[in-house]
Design a protein around this ligand. Structure first.
Ligand code: FAD
Length: 617
């Protein structure tokens, strides 16, 4: 979306551009123009004028439909199950079981709405789904989490867990392995370890620059940390749900739009020039959002620095892998009578009398939604699901043109390391002591988002040995957001050319893993290489994209509403963007939009915000 300058009026605060950041770990989000959603609603209304009403093959109004079955709440393979049962009814149908779709569905279910989630894949979770091979359990995507093992926390995913009464066991750690052109080091999170890294690798003025910067960002973080996305909603009801966070809103009003400015503006303003400090910050920005510091908002960085420089900070990992956290959200949907259908590919949104009123599955089955259809598919994929003419052409063109982040390469490996473990036990010390995460930068001279320049290696079995057979490790290494789709486009996955390219492009990943496990190839029980085509196929993401490339200072994320009544979007294509905490916030906003402010307020009271807002006496 091109940047919309429209200021938003909030309960007498006048023009206010409210920035907010959630998340913790990496890959987080930006800002909110509150009533941000209102601003976006306006956009949607603007487009709605031209909307064409379309009937998309639904039974005639008035015809009676079979009620939603109570039998198996999750259905695998909609085709088989659907035979002879072509229509179901729900209040809300969610297309896709990514973290955003599941957060929205679980909250709606807790609010008492009848929800059906239709997932195309046979596993729930989208980017975060898990899978098993030969006794190893793998994460398909995210592995970096924080703010999940503490309470209170600013992490919106934890707020969803609080609200639905579910959670998983969180394993904690505080140290990463970092391989930079300057050399290898263990980097712990926390204020002192960060200063130590700067002291060690920075130039003479680096320490002073870092301190100046962190002081500035910590002050800003009072705004980015103090306004939970759970308090947001569209329309005037926001006055009720956000009123309790007034002190933060006042601070935000003072700081204003600078939170949405590119982080490089802050570096310029504070005269931060030490090459190591700027490179290090560029890396953090890229890990957080898949964009370099000139595309990352100041809000994101102020949030991250405040979070990672918190005394006693730890990072988190869900015991059982990301599959466990997905399962917890699925339980949240199902416990109140909702349903998650797997292998249920949505072919079309059903539009009746100018309103999205359900979905048609590939099997032919129709699931009607009396309230809304929520699409968790990417914006590009969502547009293909809406019947031609149901959305204004201008809107379709604008959203189709949303710039895309590149895709990713990954490898999933099952690694035998009995000998390394035994040798280390004999020798003692640190002979073989893998970290659960590594970040690798090949070359500071290249753009940070150059293909293969930044690699993340995740070895979650270091924290949770149950993820691999005894004496083995489960490894996921990836280059997120920097693999061009164009070089893969049109290749036949069965062709020799494709196999060759896979090996070539995965080499940097294998090399990074080999630095931890010598003679890697001889140790492998499982060796799977994922390409942008894999992501497109199994994650159902257009061109296997990591998400929309929304650059600070140039663009803003779209809001959830569309000009088609009844159709809303959630997930990383809409505000607040890419990353698990961000998409949890997006799912939260969509669910809260569908209930009254008072219901939302009651739910807010079940969340521990740590003395801010509703939680305080
Ligand atoms: C390799 C990798 C590593 C990452 N690492 C981290 C990390 O460490 N920390 C972090 O916070 N974030 C990380 N991220 C980002 C984060 O995982 C994503 O931003 C987030 O999970 C996206 O969630 P979502 O709900 O928006 O969409 P998705 O996960 O894409 O879910 C969308 C769902 O919709 C389904 N769908 C699409 N079309 C249809 C259809 N027609 N019918 C039915 N279903 C359909 C898809 O199958 C999918 O399940 C990573 C991402 C990747 C790819």
């Amino acid at each position: 979306m091109r940047r919309r300058e429209g200021a938003v009026f909030l309960a007498g605060l006048g023009s206010l551009s409210l920035s907010w950041v959630c998340s913790v770990d990496s890959f987080i989000l930006p800002h909110i123009s509150p009533l941000l959603a209102d601003a976006n609603n306006q956009g949607a209304r603007r487009f709605a004028k031209g909307a064409v009403i379309q009937q998309a093959g639904v039974p005639a109004p008035g015809k009676s439909y079979r009620r939603m079955t109570k039998s198996p709440s999750r259905i695998l393979g909609a085709t088989a199950t659907d035979a002879g049962a072509p229509v179901e009814e729900a209040e809300v149908v969610v297309i896709g079981s990514g973290i955003a779709g599941l957060c929205a569905a679980a909250l709606l279910s807790s609010y008492g709405k009848k929800v059906v989630v239709c997932e195309s894949h046979t596993q729930p979770g989208g980017c975060a789904h898990g899978f098993d091979r030969k006794g190893y359990k793998f994460d398909s995507g995210p592995s970096l989490f924080s703010g999940m093992s503490i309470s209170p926390t600013p992490n919106p995913l934890k707020h969803v867990f609080n609200a639905i009464g579910e959670d998983v066991e969180w394993l904690t750690y505080d140290t990463w392995g970092v391989q930079l052109p300057e050399g290898y080091f263990d980097n712990a999170v926390g204020p002192e370890p960060f200063r130590e890294t700067i002291r060690r690798f920075g130039g003479p003025g680096a320490q002073e620059e870092w301190d100046r910067l962190t002081e500035y960002l910590l002050e800003l973080s009072e705004c980015t940390m103090g306004l939970p996305p759970f308090s947001l909603r569209t329309g005037p009801g926001a006055v009720v749900t956000m009123a309790q966070f007034l002190p933060t809103l006042v601070k935000v009003a003072k700081v204003g739009p600078s939170l949405q400015d590119p982080f490089t503006d802050v570096l310029e303003k504070l005269n931060i020039t030490d090459p190591f400090v700027t490179n290090w910050l560029n890396l953090l920005c890229f890990l957080l959002q898949g964009l370099p510091s000139d595309g990352t908002t100041t809000a994101v960085m102020s949030y991250m620095i405040a979070d990672w420089c918190r005394p006693g900070v730890v990072l988190d990992y869900p015991k059982g892998g990301t599959e466990a956290l997905v399962e917890a959200l699925v339980r949240g949907v199902e416990v109140n009578g909702g349903k998650v259908m797997l292998g249920a590919h949505v072919e079309k949104v059903v539009v009746e009398d100018g309103k999205a009123c359900g979905v048609r599955l590939r099997s032919g089955k129709v699931i009607r939604a009396s309230r809304s259809v929520v699409s968790n598919a990417s914006i590009w994929d969502t547009l293909r699901l809406v019947p031609h003419g149901a959305l204004p052409e201008e809107f379709v063109k604008e959203r189709e043109a949303t710039p895309q982040c590149k895709s990713f390469m990954h490898v999933h490996l099952g690694v035998r390391c009995h000998d390394l473990i035994e040798a280390a036990a004999k020798e003692g010390g640190d002979a073989f002591n893998p970290r659960c995460h590594y970040a690798v930068v090949a070359d500071w001279e290249k753009p940070i988002d150059d293909a293969g320049n930044v690699i993340v290696v995740s070895i979650p079995s270091v924290l949770d040995p149950s993820l691999a057979p005894a004496g083995c490790h489960t490894v996921h290494a990836y280059t997120a957001g920097c693999e061009p789709f164009s070089i893969w486009e049109g290749l036949d996955p069965k062709s020799e050319e494709y196999k060759k390219l896979k090996e070539e492009r995965a080499k940097v990943l294998m090399d990074a893993v080999e630095a931890v496990f010598p003679n890697l190839e001889s140790r492998l029980d499982v060796r799977m290489i994922g390409t942008p085509l894999t992501a497109q196929r199994f994650l159902r993401r257009d061109r296997g994209t990591y998400g929309p490339e929304v650059k600070a200072g140039r663009d803003t994320f779209a809001g959830p509403n569309t000009p088609l009544p009844g159709l809303v979007c959630t997930g990383d294509s809409v505000w607040p963007g890419i990353g698990v905490p961000a998409v949890a916030a997006s799912g939260t906003l969509v669910a809260n939009m569908m209930v009254s402010p008072l219901k939302q307020l009651r739910m807010l009271k079940s969340i521990d915000f740590g003395g801010v807002g509703v939680g305080s006496e």
